[in-house]
Design a protein around this ligand. Structure first.
Ligand code: SF4
Length: 213
């Protein structure tokens, strides 16, 4: 990346981290995806129970492979051959794990996390249950405010996820949200996480790379 652009992105990241901390979340910056797993090893104890939300970022950063390494007890929603009932069981167990890992749809410079789910299992676990919630995000998901977060959801995150999940939604065809009535709609629960009642429960790792969508 051009060094001047990087300098601007760093300022934006620092501003975001400062406001996340004001909102009683912990925040870290790492320059590359390779630094994510070593940091996780300091945040999750060996033998802890862990689970994750659906996320391309977790695959891109090697986190899913790390969770599968045997170091933890991993309730793996992606395990091959799981029936729908077994996946539902994994989602339920996720509410009581020691550490829940996920990405976010957007993080605002005001220190807010913005997430939208269809089923709601990911946002539910982010809100309540696990004592540790670790959010890993590329700095491409930093936005100025909630208006931009919604725009990002409707123009990037949701359409790309609808394509990834082979959903029959208008956004999968056109690339933008049409507030659909499709039975395949993936946008049901809209959650903004601001100042936290439990300090430091949510930990945000911002990576200086483009990750996920
Ligand atoms: S509401 Fe429907 S059209 Fe809009 S982003 Fe969600 S799934 Fe796509």
């Amino acid at each position: 990346m051009d060094k001047h652009l990087k300098a601007v992105m760093m300022k934006r990241t620092e501003r975001t981290m400062e406001n996340l901390r004001k909102n009683r979340m912990q925040a870290w910056y790492v320059e590359s995806r390779e630094e994510v797993v070593p940091l996780l090893e300091t945040l999750i104890k060996e033998g802890d129970t862990v689970a994750c939300g659906g996320s391309v970022t977790l695959f891109e950063t090697g986190v899913i492979d790390h969770l599968r390494s045997g170091r933890y007890i991993f309730y793996d929603r992606y395990e091959k051959g799981l029936t729908p009932d077994q996946i539902t069981e994994v989602f339920r167990k996720s509410f009581s794990v020691d550490a829940y890992l996920t990405s976010t749809n957007a993080v605002t410079e005001n220190g807010e996390l913005f997430n939208v789910d269809g089923r709601g299992n990911r946002v539910a676990a982010m809100i309540y249950g696990p004592d540790n919630v670790i959010v890993i995000t590329g700095w491409n998901k930093i936005v100025t405010d909630l208006e931009e977060a919604i725009n990002r959801l409707e123009r990037i995150a949701a359409p790309a996820n609808a394509v990834r999940l082979s959903r029959k939604t208008p956004c999968a065809e056109t690339g933008f949200c049409q507030d659909c009535r499709s039975p395949d709609r993936i946008c049901s629960s809209y959650v903004i996480s601001r100042q936290q009642l439990v300090p430091d429960r949510i930990k945000v790792i911002i990576v200086g790379e483009e990750l996920g969508y």
